[in-house]
Design a protein around this ligand. Structure first.
Ligand SMILES: NC(=O)C1=CN([C@@H]2O[C@H](COP(=O)(O)OP(=O)(O)OC[C@H]3O[C@@H](n4cnc5c(N)ncnc54)[C@H](OP(=O)(O)O)[C@@H]3O)[C@@H](O)[C@H]2O)C=CC1
Ligand SMILES: CC(C)CCC[C@@H](C)[C@H]1CC[C@H]2C3=CC[C@H]4[C@H](C)C(=O)CC[C@]4(C)[C@H]3CC[C@]12C
Length: 361
């Protein structure tokens, strides 16, 4: 059934950075698209809506309040979305936090002279550590914001996502900072370590694959994507603003050059890979969103749910899409999925009355 609204896209964290640029690009590609910005701060959301309407005056752009770190807020937002839209075609799970980040200056210096420099700067591996907090629901904030709130949102939106004869796409903004080593199934909220962000993004990748399995035949597919390193509020928060301005030319150079230090018999074969040294340094939100826009334009069945799709940049800055196999195993992803279902059930029980009231049941 074609919706009278045209296609509907919901973007969490659509008021800034990658989410806002994505909104702009999706409207440019399809002016009949109905866009819902699901944001925690309604003042920022309304400002983003106005900016989008200025450039796309005939478009339908709406805002819904959603704090992904707060389970009850997710219930309320989901109900608003269900009431407003008969179907959601694209659910972009983009809202994200890194918590309080600190940079390991020594690790950065070591990375600069390491033969693995491109890989380390591509992923940010071990260069950062994060301090997490606990939400009012008693969850680790990074996990709650990046993973669990989004999981609850999908569950609550099942009826508008799973429709007969139609495929809806769930698209996660993951990261190349996702690392298997940072994730522990027994501590999936990462309450012990200092790599909550890496852990949450690895969790995202596993969850994405498990969702596609769990919803097979029900009209919902999930894909995971990395925008590359983009200078947004999230990354600006890592270092003082002036440092970013000083660093920008350096990032461009790092994207473009092959340092002679990597050219040795040992890693000579790497050279071809490294030309455009760190192609994941997409830097601008426009380049970073390349993969997110691209995914919405593919036939879902042509995509591989066990791959992460990434935005990359050529030496001179043209964005393109690449993909890499996910470093996951499906049995573990399935176990993690079951754990999330249990946690979600716990909250359904805990907030049974509130949820029923919100859903008008
Ligand atoms: N920038 C980069 O280099 C990379 C970013 N990513 C991912 O891209 C996504 C977007 O980040 P980016 O655009 O860079 O950063 P921004 O900080 O610019 O945007 C993050 C968005 O998420 C929102 N958000 C944060 N916490 C919550 C919450 N609890 N509930 C609802 N919304 C929330 C923010 O809202 P508010 O404005 O109110 O803070 C903002 O809209 C994130 O998932 C990030 O992990 C992945 C790889 C690289
Ligand atoms: C220019 C250098 C000399 C100094 C830069 C140091 C670091 C602050 C940054 C170098 C690489 C950056 C990152 C890489 C991957 C990103 C990842 C994809 C993501 O999701 C979030 C941000 C990154 C971890 C990002 C953070 C800053 C760097 C570590």
């Amino acid at each position: 059934m074609a919706s009278p609204l045209g296609k509907v896209a919901v973007i969490t964290g659509g008021n800034a950075g990658i989410g806002l640029t994505l909104a702009e690009r999706l409207l440019t590609l399809d002016s009949s698209l109905t866009l819902c910005l699901a944001c925690r701060n309604m003042i920022k959301a309304e400002a983003a809506r106005q900016a989008l309407l200025t450039s796309h005056p005939s478009s339908r752009v709406e805002c819904v309040r959603l704090d992904t770190s707060d389970v009850q807020s997710v219930y309320t937002a989901a109900q608003k979305i269900r009431e407003e839209y008969p179907r959601v075609d694209y659910l972009y799970l983009n809202a994200g936090t890194m918590g309080k980040v600190s940079v390991d200056a020594m690790a950065i210096l070591k990375a600069m002279v390491s033969p693995r420099a491109p890989e380390i700067f591509r992923t940010g591996e071990k260069l950062l550590s994060q301090k997490d907090e606990t939400t009012k629901d008693g969850l680790q904030e990074i996990f709650a914001t990046n993973v669990f709130g989004h999981f609850v949102l999908i569950r609550e939106l099942e009826d508008v996502l799973c429709q007969p004869d139609h495929t809806s796409q769930v698209i996660w903004t993951s990261s190349q900072n996702a690392t298997r080593k940072a994730f522990d199934l027994e501590d999936f909220q990462h309450s012990e370590g200092q790599e909550g962000y890496s852990s949450s993004k690895y969790a995202t990748d596993m969850l994405s694959a498990a969702l596609t399995e769990a919803y097979r035949g029900r009209g919902l597919v999930s894909h995971t994507a990395c925008p590359g390193l983009v200078v947004t509020n999230l990354t600006k928060g890592i270092l003082p603003p002036w440092v970013w301005w000083v660093m920008l030319p350096l990032l461009w150079v790092m994207r473009a050059l092959v340092p002679s230090m990597t050219i040795s018999p040992h890693n000579g074969t790497e050279v071809l890979v490294m030309w455009a040294l760190v192609p994941s340094m997409t830097i601008s939100p426009h380049n970073g969103t390349e993969v997110l826009v691209w995914l919405s334009r593919q036939v879902p069945s042509s995509l591989d749910p066990l791959c992460k799709y990434t935005s990359r940049c050529k030496v001179w800055g043209t964005a393109y899409v690449d993909r890499e196999k996910l470093d996951i195993d499906l049995p573990t992803a399935e176990q993690f999925y079951q754990k999330l279902l249990q946690l979600e059930n716990h909250f359904r029980e805990k907030y049974r009355e509130v949820r029923s009231e919100i859903r008008g049941q």
